[in-house]
Design a protein. Structure first.
Length: 599
């Protein structure tokens, strides 16, 4: 076990230095005020916002958000992601250790369990959740799901009700981390079929509480996802989409596991998405062959069919039956389900290793098996470290993905976001525009415009959330170039698509204030705060406009709130001092007022 853990940590060690912020990391870190200001109030919000999470779009995942908040409390920052990656690496190493324990409990063979766990832990398809901050949820739900499996196997062997209760608690915690762990009760039934061989009425009755918990979680997940993000049901798209997606992914994931090359954080739907597309046709043919082979294998052993069903059931929530993403597949989706494919692998290794001791033929088999596993593990480690190179920084990450999928809108948007961030950092360091920063801005605008090219993002239609984000960010860059009319036109487009887009309200307010349209700017600032009240920049911006109109008491209230939300916020602090001075307060009174706000 110690050797396995050390090799897994060694393989993924470069993840600690990753500086990539990708896709939804803004919700999980860079724009999440609750994560960035750890407190019991934030804790309560994460736990209490069940049906409509306010700081992260999608489903209920309080344990994930709390774990990120704790990492921030321990020093994690946007410009220092190491504390976040450190926790994620520890979780992955722990998950690998739990896989070894789980396989040992199932088959009673330490060498087979250790070798199989090693191949899992160092595999390049396990890279994605570690340097991706927002994918803490995948590591956390797998951690609790594995505890559920381990405790249930112990219960099945010993009938200790403490283990049964522990498995149920672990299941609840897994659901509170990420609801893709919902199918766990079905996985427990599969383990009762093989290798447990205890499937019967009692085993089914034992799962009823698990199914009840999973059903409640599924309802919560659907409601929260529909309210805060987007959900597409099968009735909303062509009838061929679901079967073709299932067939594609049934072949796609095992193929990537066996040949982990060209791995990406974004696999777009093949175009056209029908049988004329070779990848889709290969998926249909491969699925038919696979199902036939598994059914034929049932006569000799249950291992292959149960292992594959474990994988299929575990990955089913992400297979596109309910549309919530514009990708057809993702490496992170296979992180927990791939454990199902380890079951027959560990069983085969146990058979090859054998039980006979001291016989030359048995020793040869063992040495041969160990050598083969070691060679594969070394190749996996090399591939894993090569994959981690693409996570060094955000710009390089998106440029790499664009080499694999050059027409994908969201990748152009992500690269443009990275270029915009680099340009802003460069301008701040240089205290003004430079030729280099201007070149970055120009390239960012080019990629934003590519991201706005009309295109069907997936069989579910266009990604309106992406369009809003792109137009909002494009407006920001145009405003920096003082192209205010064009910037405002983009923000008004966003507000027509989504009247509750608080960033667009704030941004259009800033541009209108620059144009001297104070009343309209104030209206947009107030609209933004009515949608979301914890926006320190918007409070400060509104305070500035109110102060210009002489409404000093209201302005001071908003500057004070901005400082409460973001202690040390220089823009709010400077304008608060000016507003207090305009009220005729002495220097001593102003200092006393500022001290009352706390550190």
């Amino acid at each position: 076990m110690i050797v396995v853990v050390c090799l897994v940590a060694l393989a993924h060690w470069p993840a600690l230095s990753a500086r990539t912020l990708t896709f939804d990391d803004n919700q999980y870190l860079t724009e999440n005020a609750l994560v960035q200001h750890p407190s019991f109030s934030s804790l309560g919000r994460f736990l209490g916002e069940v049906l409509e999470p306010s700081t992260v779009r999608g489903y209920y995942q309080p344990l994930t958000m709390i774990s990120l908040m704790l990492d921030h409390a321990l020093g994690g920052r946007v410009d220092d992601l190491r504390p976040f990656h450190r926790t994620s690496l520890v979780l992955h190493v722990a998950n690998t250790a739990l896989v070894v324990v789980f396989l040992y409990l199932l088959f009673g063979h330490p060498w087979a369990a250790a070798m199989t766990g090693l191949l899992y832990g160092v595999h390049p398809m396990t890279v994605e959740p570690i340097p991706w901050v927002g994918e803490r949820k995948t590591l956390l739900t797998t951690f609790f799901a594995l505890w559920c499996l381990v405790l249930y196997v112990r219960y099945a062997r010993t009938e200790r009700w403490g283990c049964y209760a522990g498995a149920m608690i672990a299941y609840v915690l897994a659901l509170m981390s990420k609801p893709t762990s919902t199918p766990l009760p079905v996985l427990l039934l599969l383990l009762d079929t093989w290798p447990g061989r205890r499937l019967g009425r009692r085993a089914i009755v034992e799962k009823i509480p698990f199914f009840v918990i999973g059903g409640i979680s599924a309802i919560i997940t659907y409601i929260s996802q529909a309210r805060t993000a987007a959900v597409a049901t099968p009735s909303e798209y062509a009838s061929s989409v679901v079967p073709l997606t299932l067939c594609h992914n049934i072949v796609f994931y095992p193929y990537k596991m066996l040949r982990p090359v060209n791995l990406s954080s974004h696999y777009p739907y093949p175009e056209p998405f029908d049988l004329s597309q070779p990848m889709v046709l290969a998926g249909v043919i491969g699925t038919c062959v696979l199902i036939l082979a598994l059914l034929l294998s049932w006569r000799r052993t249950r291992a292959l069919l149960v292992g594959w069903l474990f994988f299929f059931v575990a990955i089913f929530p992400t297979m596109g039956v309910i549309g919530f993403t514009h990708t057809i597949a993702s490496d992170k989706y296979a992180y927990l389900p791939s454990i199902g494919l380890l079951l027959p692998l560990a069983w085969v290794m146990k058979g090859i290793w054998g039980d006979a001791a001291g016989r030359s033929r048995a020793a040869a088999r063992r040495y041969g098996l160990a050598a083969a596993v070691l060679v594969v593990a070394v190749l996996e480690i090399v591939a894993t470290r090569s994959q981690l190179v693409h996570w060094r920084d955000t710009e390089g990450h998106f440029r790499y993905m664009l080499t694999l999928a050059p027409e994908v809108r969201v990748l152009h948007s992500g690269l443009a976001d990275a270029l915009r961030t680099d340009a802003i950092a460069l301008m701040r360091a240089s205290k003004g525009p430079t030729p280099q920063s201007q070149a970055l801005v120009a390239e960012a605008i080019e990629h934003y415009r590519k991201a706005l090219v009309p295109k069907q993002d997936s069989p579910f239609g266009r990604n309106d959330l992406l369009t809003c984000s792109v137009r909002n960010n494009l407006g920001n860059l145009l405003a920096q170039q003082r192209k205010l009319d064009e910037a405002i036109a983009n923000w008004r487009y966003v507000l027509r698509m989504n009247p509750r887009h608080y960033n667009a309200h704030n941004n259009i307010g800033i541009a209108l204030a620059w144009q001297g349209k104070s009343d309209e700017a104030i209206r947009h600032y107030r609209e933004a705060l009515s949608i979301r009240s914890d926006l320190p920049e918007t409070h400060a911006n509104l305070g500035i406009e109110l102060a210009r109109r002489g409404e000093l008491d209201l302005a001071i209230q908003h500057f004070t709130e901005a400082l409460r939300l973001k202690p040390g916020f220089e823009l709010a602090m400077r304008n608060l001092k000016a507003a207090l001075a305009r009220q005729g307060r002495s220097e001593q009174d102003i200092r006393a007022y500022l001290r009352s706000l706390g550190p």
